[in-house]
Design a protein around this ligand. Structure first.
Ligand code: FEO
Ligand code: CA
Ligand code: CA
Ligand code: CA
Length: 735
C-alpha cells in the first residue's frame, strides 16, 4: 500500500475505539443463565397496514399460524400477480466465490454499472476524464465518490408516490473520498508550508475543495427506459442536485441554539456548513430521505493538547475519537493556506483549535455540529438539510423506522459504528397520523425534534432493556464526575458518554439496522471487532460471543454476526425485548466458529448493509477484510424466521449464546459478488420489485474506469431480471 493509499484509508477506516467504560463487565455479572422462555416474546402479527404507508400500499393478512403475510390488495398499484408474497424458498443458483475484477450476479439476472463518480448531473459540463482534470467546483453538479446508502423515491408529477415505479428520484450518499484517485495530482502534500500553525503535511486548496464537494448526497431523477428494462438518468432534471460538505444545514431539536454548537459561521448555533461521511440511509415514514453522518472524525483536526482544555472538554473530544495527535492525520482539510480560501473560513472551519476569544470567533465547536441523522426532502430542491439532533450524536450508520401505526409514536432504530459502541432507538413524542405522508420536512419537525432517545442493554439471558437518555435521570446530571451534563443538549451531543453512564452494552461495531415487515423484529449487523475478547474492557458476552483463537490467543471477532430482537408485545415503544443471534458470519471451512452452519453457497464475512424489502426478503451486504483471499464482497438474499427459532444454544470462545435457525440453501444464498477490492453497500428496490439498485465502493483494479482509463470508480449497479420479471419471483427456475 502506498503512502497515499494509507492516508486515504486511514481517513475512512476511522473505526475508532474510544469507549473507555467497563459496561460489558457490568453486563456479564447480571446473569449467566440462559432461560430463553423466561422472557416475554414479542408479538409476530403486525396489524399495521400503516407500515406500508410510505411504502407500496399493500394489504396484510394473518395466516393460520398467526404470522403476518403480505398479500395483494385491489388498491395496490403494483401488478397483482402474486409477487408481493415473500418467496417460499430461494430458487436461484448461488453465485460462487469470486476474486475476479468483474462483478457476477445470479443466472437469469443482469447487472449494469450506472452513475459512476464524476457523472455530470446537468449538460454543459464535461464527462469525467481519466486524467481527473475536472474542476473542484464542477463536483457540485456531478456524482460524488464512494456511493453508499440510497433510496428510490417513486414520483408522480411533482410529488412523492410510494407506488410509482416509472419515474423516481434515486437519492444516495457519497460517504468519503479516495484522495489518491480523485485529484489530477494524486494525494499531494507539501511540508511546512506556512507559518503558525506549521503543519507537517499541507493539502492543496483545490484538492480539499474537490474532496469537500465529492462528499454528501446526490439526488438523481431516473426514468424507466423505453424498453421497460431498468432506468436512465434524466439529465438536467430540476430535481438533480448535490448536497456536499459545504452546503448549509439546519440544526433542529434540543441541540439547536446550544452553546455547544455556536461557531463563527453561526454564532447563534442554529446552522452549520456541510454534511459529512454519509454512510447508510433510510426513508422516513412520511417520505423524506434520512442520511447519516458516520466517520466525520476524519475531516476535523483537534489542534489543542489536553493541557489547554478542561477535563470535561477533553473527555467530550476523546469520547468521539479526537485524540491529541489528531491535528496530523485524516484528510487534513484544515491545512491549505487561508489566502487560498474562496469562501469564508473555507479551511479553518475544520480545525477545532480555539483561536478566538469565544466560540463565536472560531470553529472549536464545528466538530459538535456533525454526527447527526440528517433529513433531506428530495422533492424540494430549495430545502435545507435538517440535522435532527434529538436522535443523538454518534457515528451513525443508518436509520430504520419501525412499522408506523395510527395514534402511536414513530420509532427509529440506529447503530453507532465504532468498536464497542452502542445500539439506540428514538421514540417520538408526537403520535403518528397517516395524513402526514408527503408532509416533507414539516412532518420531520413534528416527529423528529421531540422524543426520547434510548440505548440498548443486552442481558446474558436473552432479555434486553432500553434505557432512556434524559437529562436529570439515571445519573445524567451535573453531578457526573466524568462529564457533568448541564442539560439535554449535552446529553445528546455526547450521547456516547450518556449511554456509558446508564450501562449500555458494547457491541461489535453496529452497522445497518432493518426491521422485518413480516415479524416487526429488528435486525442489526455487527460487522466485526478486533478487540473483542482481546482487550479487558471488551470481554466476550452472550450478544458478542466470538473471539477467534489464533495460536492459542484470542484475536477478536473477525467475521461478525447479525443480532435481532423482538420488542415486548410487538410494541416498538416498549422498554424491554428478547434477542438472539440470527446469523454468525464465517468462512464455511472455519468449522469451530461456523456456528450458523454456512456452506460454500452462503458463507460470508463482515455483514454490513442490511435491507428488508417490503416482501420480507432480507438482503445482506458485506464489507470484509477477513475472507477476501477467497472471495470479494457480496450481496446475499435471505428468508429469516424469528427470534428463538434456533433449536439450541451454542458456545463460542467459552461463551454460551443464543443462535437462530441454522443456515441452509433454502434460507440464505449468495446473489451477487462485487469486483475485487470493493465493498458492496447501499440498497434499494423499486416499488414494482423489478429493479434492485446497489452500490460499489472503492473497487480495485480498473472497475468503473472510462474505456481505456486506469482510475477505478465507485458506482451504482442496477440489477434486473433478464425476462423483465420481479426479482426473486417465485416462478423463476434457473435453466
Ligand atoms: Fe460507513 Fe460503518 O460503514
Ligand atoms: Ca457500512
Ligand atoms: Ca463496514
Ligand atoms: Ca464503507
Amino acid at each position: 500500500m502506498t503512502l497515499s493509499n494509507k492516508k486515504q484509508n486511514l481517513a475512512h477506516e476511522v473505526v475508532e475505539d474510544s469507549n473507555p467504560t467497563n459496561n460489558i463487565d457490568f453486563q456479564t455479572i447480571i446473569s449467566r443463565r440462559l432461560n430463553r422462555r423466561s422472557i416475554l416474546k414479542g408479538g409476530t402479527g403486525l396489524t399495521a397496514a400503516a407500515f406500508f404507508g410510505a411504502l407500496p400500499l399493500v394489504g396484510r393478512t394473518e395466516d393460520d399460524n398467526g404470522s403476518s403475510i403480505v398479500n395483494n390488495d385491489s388498491n395496490a398499484a403494483i401488478p397483482a400477480t402474486g409477487e408481493l408474497k415473500r418467496p417460499e424458498s430461494l430458487k436461484f443458483t448461488a453465485v460462487p466465490h469470486s476474486t475476479s475484477d468483474e462483478m457476477s450476479v445470479a443466472a437469469g439476472y443482469k447487472a449494469e454499472m450506472i452513475l459512476p463518480l464524476g457523472t455530470p448531473l446537468i449538460s454543459g459540463i464535461d464527462e469525467w476524464k481519466d486524467n481527473r482534470e475536472q474542476s473542484a467546483e464542477s463536483f457540485e453538479r456531478r456524482m460524488g465518490d464512494n456511493h453508499d446508502g440510497m433510496w428510490f423515491f417513486g414520483k408522480k408529477g411533482r410529488a412523492y408516490d410510494a407506488k410509482a415505479s416509472e419515474n423516481g428520484l434515486l437519492v444516495m450518499n457519497h460517504e468519503y473520498v479516495n484522495s489518491a484517485e480523485l485529484s489530477p495530482f494524486g494525494y499531494d502534500v507539501t511540508e511546512d508550508k506556512n507559518a503558525a500553525p506549521i503543519f507537517q503535511n499541507c493539502r492543496r486548496a483545490s484538492d480539499v475543495r474537490r474532496e469537500v464537494n465529492c462528499h454528501g448526497v446526490a439526488v438523481v431523477e431516473m426514468k424507466r427506459r423505453t424498453d421497460g428494462m431498468g432506468y436512465e438518468m434524466v439529465r438536467n432534471s430540476k430535481y438533480n442536485r448535490r448536497i456536499t460538505s459545504s452546503t448549509t444545514a439546519q440544526l433542529t431539536g434540543p441541540v439547536a441554539g446550544s452553546d455547544l454548537v455556536k461557531t463563527k459561521f453561526d454564532p447563534t448555533g442554529f446552522q452549520t456548513r456541510g454534511i459529512n461521511n454519509n454512510c447508510g440511509a433510510g426513508l422516513s415514514p412520511w417520505g423524506t430521505y434520512l442520511t447519516t453522518e458516520e466517520n466525520f472524525l476524519g475531516v476535523f483536526a483537534r489542534g489543542q493538547d489536553a493541557s489547554q482544555l478542561s477535563a470535561a472538554e477533553n473527555y467530550g473530544r476523546d469520547r468521539y475519537g479526537a485524540t491529541e495527535d489528531h491535528a496530523s492525520w485524516g484528510y487534513l482539510w484544515h491545512t491549505p493556506a487561508a489566502t487560498d480560501a474562496k469562501i469564508a473560513d473555507e479551511f479553518s472551519r475544520w480545525d477545532m483549535t480555539a483561536v478566538g476569544a469565544t466560540a463565536a470567533d472560531d470553529y472549536r465547536n464545528g466538530f459538535n455540529t456533525f454526527g447527526y441523522i440528517t433529513e433531506i426532502d428530495p422533492f424540494d430542491q430549495k430545502s435545507m438539510p435538517q440535522k435532527r439532533t434529538a436522535l443523538g450524536r454518534f457515528a451513525h450508520e443508518n436509520c430504520a423506522f419501525a412499522p408506523v401505526e395510527q395514534g402511536k409514536p414513530v420509532v427509529f432504530y440506529m447503530g453507532d459504528d465504532s468498536r464497542g459502541e452502542y445500539i439506540y432507538k428514538f421514540v417520538s413524542n408526537a403520535m403518528w397520523s397517516n395524513s402526514d405522508i408527503g408532509g416533507g420536512l414539516k412532518a420531520g419537525d413534528k416527529y423528529m425534534n421531540k422524543g426520547t432517545l434510548y440505548v440498548a442493554i443486552f442481558n446474558e439471558d436473552g432479555s434486553g432493556k432500553w434505557k432512556p437518555l434524559i437529562h436529570g435521570q439515571n445519573g445524567l446530571d451535573a453531578s457526573n464526575s466524568v462529564l457533568p451534563f448541564s442539560g439535554q443538549d449535552e446529553v445528546l451531543v455526547f450521547a456516547r458518554a450518556a449511554a456509558d453512564v446508564v450501562g449500555a452494552t458494547k457491541m461489535d461495531r453496529p452497522e445497518w439496522v432493518s426491521v422485518s415487515p413480516l415479524t416487526g423484529e429488528v435486525y442489526v449487523t455487527l460487522t466485526n471487532n478486533k478487540y473483542r475478547g482481546v482487550r479487558d474492557d471488551q470481554p466476550v458476552s452472550a450478544p458478542n460471543p466470538r473471539s477467534y483463537d489464533a495460536d492459542g490467543k484470542a484475536s477478536g471477532n473477525d467475521n461478525g454476526h447479525i443480532i435481532r430482537w423482538a420488542e415486548t408485545d410487538g410494541d416498538h415503544a416498549a422498554t424491554s425485548f428478547e434477542w438472539d443471534i440470527y446469523l454468525f458470519a464465517a468462512p464455511s471451512d472455519l468449522s469451530a466458529e461456523n456456528l450458523s452452519e454456512l456452506n460454500d453457497s452462503n458463507d460470508l464475512s463482515s455483514p454490513d448493509g442490511l435491507y428488508f424489502d417490503p416482501r420480507g426478503v432480507l438482503w445482506i451486504q458485506t464489507d470484509d477484510g477477513a475472507y477476501t483471499d477467497t472471495t470479494n464482497c457480496m450481496l446475499l438474499a435471505a428468508l429469516p424466521g424469528d427470534v428463538s427459532d434456533g433449536a439450541s444454544t451454542v458456545t463460542s470462545a467459552r461463551q454460551q449464546t443464543r443462535v437462530g435457525m441454522s443456515a441452509s440453501n433454502d434460507n440464505i444464498k449468495r446473489f451477487f459478488v462485487g469486483p475485487e477490492g470493493c465493498e458492496v453497500t447501499g440498497i434499494t428496490m423499486t416499488p414494482d420489485f423489478k429493479t434492485l439498485f446497489i452500490n460499489i465502493q472503492h473497487p480495485g483494479n480498473t472497475w468503473g474506469a472510462v474505456a481505456g482509463g486506469s482510475t477505478p470508480r465507485s458506482a451504482t449497479v442496477m440489477i434486473t431480471k433478464e425476462d423483465g420479471d420481479v426479482i426473486l419471483a417465485e416462478s423463476f427456475v434457473p435453466a
